[in-house]
Write a protein of this length. Sequence first.
Length: 463
Amino acid sequence: MELELEQELPLKQQFARLIETGDKLAIQDFLNDQNISDVAELIYEHPDYESQILASMSTHRAVGVFKILDIPTQQQIIRELPPNKTAELLNELPADDRTAFLEELPSSAVRELIKLLNPDERKVTLSLLGYPENSIGRLMTPDYVYVYPHNTIEEVFATIRKYGKDSETINVIYVIDDKGELIDDIRIRDFILNPPDKKVEELIDGRFVALHPEDDQETANEVFKMNNRDALPVVSRSNKLLGIVTIDDVLWVANEEFSEDMQKMGGTEALDEPYIETPIFKLFKKRVVWLIILFFGELMTISAMQSYEDEIAKVVILATFIPLIISSGGNSGSQASTLIIQAMALGEITIEDWWRIMRREILSGLLLGASLFLIGFSVISVWHLFSDKFGEHYLRIALTVGSSLIGIVLWGTLMGSMLPLVLKRLGADPAASSTPFVATLVDVTGLLIYFSMAYLFLKGVLL
């Protein structure tokens, strides 16, 4: 009865009671019975026992937990684990996951940890780390099942039984020739649905899609999406099969890229670790650079306003509409920038589509600006019925505000849509052009448009 009551408690409390008993065997049995994700949650909830939790588990299950932990927690565990357990863990980790972990560490720490690897794993790891950062080569794993065209399906299944346990996936089997060149990749279902004596060469159609190790990781995301695959082969320029990339690694990269873009779009450098784990001074350094850039950008807005001090003094009412004018331009620019960056990230558009995008955004800007023109003109006209604030020339002021809204919304839309494409063309990150940057840039030009319209409609009357 007492055991049943214990099992009804939340995992956190069950684990806490086991820790109090100090029964290592009971702790080990308890952890090995839990889902990997639940053990990861226990590690986050009991940071004082994180290394003890992994050390208590079988190496295979400990690897499964370690893979899904965040980088700071992984680093802390490695620092606390005894060398022999660290060696077991690192040698058991899939090559791509091990590379992803090591590339986040200082070079001195990487050198020490690589010494713990056995010769074969050390060779593979050094090879993967040799590829450029953010390349496909850093994601690929050499653990896959390959066969030859002359093999029968019966021999294929014998190969899978022999080597499949160590493979990253057996959903796809790779066919190579005697030189190691990739001939085809065949889904496991095609082997299952054919007779055992049939040869692999009879299933080959040569319609495979492959990646290159030097390709950017974002490329893999697009290729996976277009080809509906669990894994894709990675080949050299001479078509030698080097490894494979699996969908779970690509999804991980896509999540990191999304987080990075969101931070850049907010006007800050991307964080290298979770927000709550980032030291205050490091957080300050990430944010202060953009803040200073935007500060000097806004100084240009002040300079522009000072240039029109005389006009503002003559028609004070113009100053009341400045926040409305510049915010409308910034908002339209941010909208366009966000839409274009998202479309680029999803592969819906490329730099070559710039003219089509410009035409669409000109039309969109005119429609949006015309909508605000009608609203602004109507508001001032109705306001005049209840107040003489705008005087006898209220229609000219309404035309000034309305026309300015059309101009600045159109300009903001064009800037927001074209800047990401220009930055991409220059090799920079398009996300850096969004929200604050576009808004600040449009603020300055918005004032020029606004006061140009004021000259047009009010010169000789109020100016």
